[in-house]
Design a protein around this ligand. Sequence first.
Ligand SMILES: *Cc1c(COP(=O)(O)O)cnc(C)c1O
Length: 363
Amino acid sequence: MAEKIYNFGAGPAMLPEPVMQKIQQEWLDFQGMGVSVIEISHRSKEFIAVLDEAQSLFRELTGLPDNYRILFAHGGARMQFAALPLNFAERVSSRKCLYVESGNFAGLAAKEAKIFSDMDIIASSAATDFDRIPEVTADQIDQSAAYLHITSNNTIYGTRWNQFPETGNVPLIADMTSELLSRRIDYNQFGVVYAGLQKNLGPSGMAMVIIREDLLGYAAKQTPTLLNYTQCNKDNSLTNTTNTFAVYVIKLVLEWLKEQGGVAAIEKLNEQKAARLYQVIDGSDFYRGIAQAESRSIMNVSFKLASEELDAKFLQEADAAGLYALKGHRNVGGIRASIYNPMSMVGVEKLAKFMEEFQRKNG
Ligand SMILES: *Cc1c(COP(=O)(O)O)cnc(C)c1O
């Protein structure tokens, strides 16, 4: 067996090993049916049981209030960038939708909303290269707007919201693609929370959308049926053939998370993992963190070395040491360690030791 590889890729990202093993074990014979889980109808009782179980595990793990619905939506996170204004802008006569630009995906979400609504960016940290979460004050939030959209964890820059904005009567919508289920969240603060699955939860191409019930029923007339959350909710996410494999994998990931002690336990571990890497970064002038300390993410740790040549040398040697996919996003350069729920402290410790050793040799 080859040396163990630790995968620090931003997404699609690593999944828990026991989940991968379970998939392999059941692949040819799902629950004694003699066929694979991807060969059965999305309307079969066996698959419906998987879907129900995924939803109820999510509820159990998050303490999701009863007035929220859990949907499985096509097209990953960015398809929801279009679905959000289509489903919610018509709630208000102005069709005004507010956005905070805290990074690349936040900007893309705003740009998409401009196609379908009267979009307004009320705060941005573009001027400081997205090294922080911009400040948002109550007086910036037009109380007649349909919603305020934020990106709770900015995957590329490695920043996150620590304190969510107070929005009054305006529903808060959050793209949590790179952090859903990584920390405890009070869902009562949100109208909608959504996430592409491929960073913390499963395969690519699908999203989970958690919606407060009273926000359903406002979709614009021209909304494509498969982007209509009200329809999706009515059909329990089975308007057409869902990605059955993705739903199955999420269910296994949620079972795994429960075995780890749930969200509170994984949050604690995630904090320890991130602290270990920030300790190395802060302990030297050799590594420079990209995010300001008060906005740091515990999922994506981004940093740079003194030159692009050193970055390249770091990446090459890290790769040879079994530390995979540490290259920063092309917008930022440098190094990015994505340390989602499945990344163990052992993997993080291996990276931290590698960083210390690399500094000793090259500092
Ligand atoms: C990765 C990512 C996306 C894009 O997800 P897709 O599923 O590829 O559309 C959107 N938002 C955030 C915060 C991300 O990290």
